[in-house]
Design a protein around this ligand. Structure first.
Ligand code: ADE
Length: 232
């Protein structure tokens, strides 16, 4: 039985979904509010994780352990690293990595979780990726790319740092939750995908752009994901 865990980090990222949700039940765990109900004929547990990797990890584990979700979709906004991306464009994850993990002093690669035999690059479910791509083709006319999502507990607003991230990790966009959701989902063998719309270019204008375009970008991600829910 399909039960979608749908996560956004901020109010703006889940607002439209809440308007659509025919809520049957609200539950609070660890200070996070979970809204259970239907969107477009699909059973959904919707929540706002809060910003950053710890909030995202806790939220994802609760979705799995308490609400027994079958799939996890993250919807939200990101800074662009790929130069062909503009504000409002979309990234569908093909992999996710935590760019701020650094045990290079111990001989590990940047982004590699030390002393862990499994990969530190987390792979989404290919069916969800396909579904996202089909939904994008149907409802969006902006650029939509498939690429790697980089996550860290840092808001990136520095063009040199953004370029280095792109070069070092081959990322398409940077945000603060996706790879954390991805790791927790992978540990519990739950299929996931991360959908991110661009709010800024992670450069020196990122703060202004983020403020101005959070809502627009959130709406773009919403359009894609709500079409996905129709077909899941
Ligand atoms: N989310 C949106 N823009 C971002 C940025 N520049 N850095 C980190 N997370 C973001």
């Amino acid at each position: 039985i399909t039960r979608i865990g749908l996560i956004g980090a901020m109010d703006e990222e889940i607002h439209q979904f809440r308007l659509d949700l025919e809520t049957e039940e609200i539950q609070v765990r660890s200070g996070i509010t979970f809204y259970l109900g239907e969107i477009n004929g699909c059973f959904v547990v919707l929540c706002k994780s809060g910003v950053g990797k710890v909030n995202a990890a806790v939220t994802t584990q609760i979705l799995i352990d308490v609400f027994d979700v079958s799939h996890i979709i993250f919807t939200g906004i990101a800074g662009a690293l790929d130069e062909q991306l503009n504000v409002g464009d979309l990234v569908i994850s093909t992999s996710a990595i935590q760019h701020d993990i650094d045990a290079t002093a111990l001989g590990f690669e940047r982004g590699q979780i030390p002393m862990q035999s499994s990969s530190s690059i987390f792979m989404p479910d290919l069916n969800l990726v396909d579904l996202a791509e089909q939904a994008a083709n149907k409802v969006l006319s902006c650029r939509v790319i498939k690429g790697r999502v980089l996550s860290g507990d840092q808001f990136i607003a520095d063009i040199d740092f953004a370029k280095k991230l792109k070069l070092d990790f081959d990322g398409s966009c940077v945000e603060m939750e996706g790879a954390s959701v991805a790791q927790v989902a992978t540990m519990s063998e739950r299929p996931f995908v991360i959908i991110r719309a661009i709010s800024d270019n992670a450069n020196d204008e990122a703060t202004m752009s983020f403020t101005e375009f959070t809502e627009l970008a959130s709406q773009q991600s919403y359009l894609l994901v709500s079409e996905m829910l129709r077909n899941i």
